[in-house]
Ligand binder design. Structure first.
Ligand SMILES: [Zn+2]
Length: 204
């Protein structure tokens, strides 16, 4: 039995003001005491070559609570912060120089710093990327620092855990431009995620 710790209703305001007729979206934050599955998360701050210190300012535990409360605990999955570290990598830090090949640059440059038995989330400055909000594949996620607390995070984590895009506009894996509409994974996606997490925890 999942034990509900608390439910908080949070109003997510829609930022569209140009005549969109979307209804406001309400989502409940749901926490369970002991999720059936957990996956450990590494957060990796990408810095410029020579910068050994992290220049990003955000609360990692708040980020885990955001992901767990809105998206993952309700699936019986808990994301647990393992460690956070800094990766000095000029190529990755300034992705503007790699327009059109951001994905291949990301996977190449993160090859030595990601851990197999973890979910690895790389944080990059939005100002250093032009057209990409985030990416995800092979248990690696790249997020820009302005897209940490919106549905880009679970969307890219979904990709990193093996999910593809979905046509349903309220599905987290939808490609809708209105990110507030993306709310949930479907059952099939849930099963895929669970399977992938089991593999990750086995170091596969
Ligand atoms: Zn996507």
């Amino acid at each position: 039995m999942k034990k509900l710790l608390f439910i908080a209703t949070i109003f997510l305001s829609l930022s569209c003001s140009n005549g969109d007729d979307f209804e406001p979206v309400y989502m409940d934050k749901i926490f369970v005491e002991n999720p059936e599955r957990t996956v450990k998360v590494n957060i990796i701050y990408v810095e410029n070559e020579g910068d050994a210190k992290r220049s990003y300012n955000f609360n990692e535990q708040e980020f885990m609570n955001y992901l767990n409360g809105y998206y993952f605990h309700r699936l019986g999955i808990g994301l647990e912060l393992n460690e956070s570290k800094v990766l000095a990598n000029e190529e990755l830090y300034d992705l503007r120089d790699n327009v059109g090949s951001e994905a291949s640059t990301f996977f190449m440059q993160s090859q030595d710093s990601y851990e197999k038995g973890k979910l690895n989330i790389y944080i990059i400055k939005r100002s250093n990327i032009i057209g990409v909000a985030g990416m995800g594949r092979n248990q690696r996620v790249l997020l820009t620092d302005t897209n940490i607390f919106n549905s880009t995070s679970p969307h890219e984590i979904g990709h990193a855990l093996g999910l593809f895009h979905d046509d349903e506009i309220t599905n987290i894996m939808s490609t809708t431009l209105n990110k507030d509409l993306r709310q949930s994974f479907n059952e099939e996606q849930e099963k895929r995620i669970e399977k992938r997490i089991d593999q990750i925890n086995l170091g596969m």
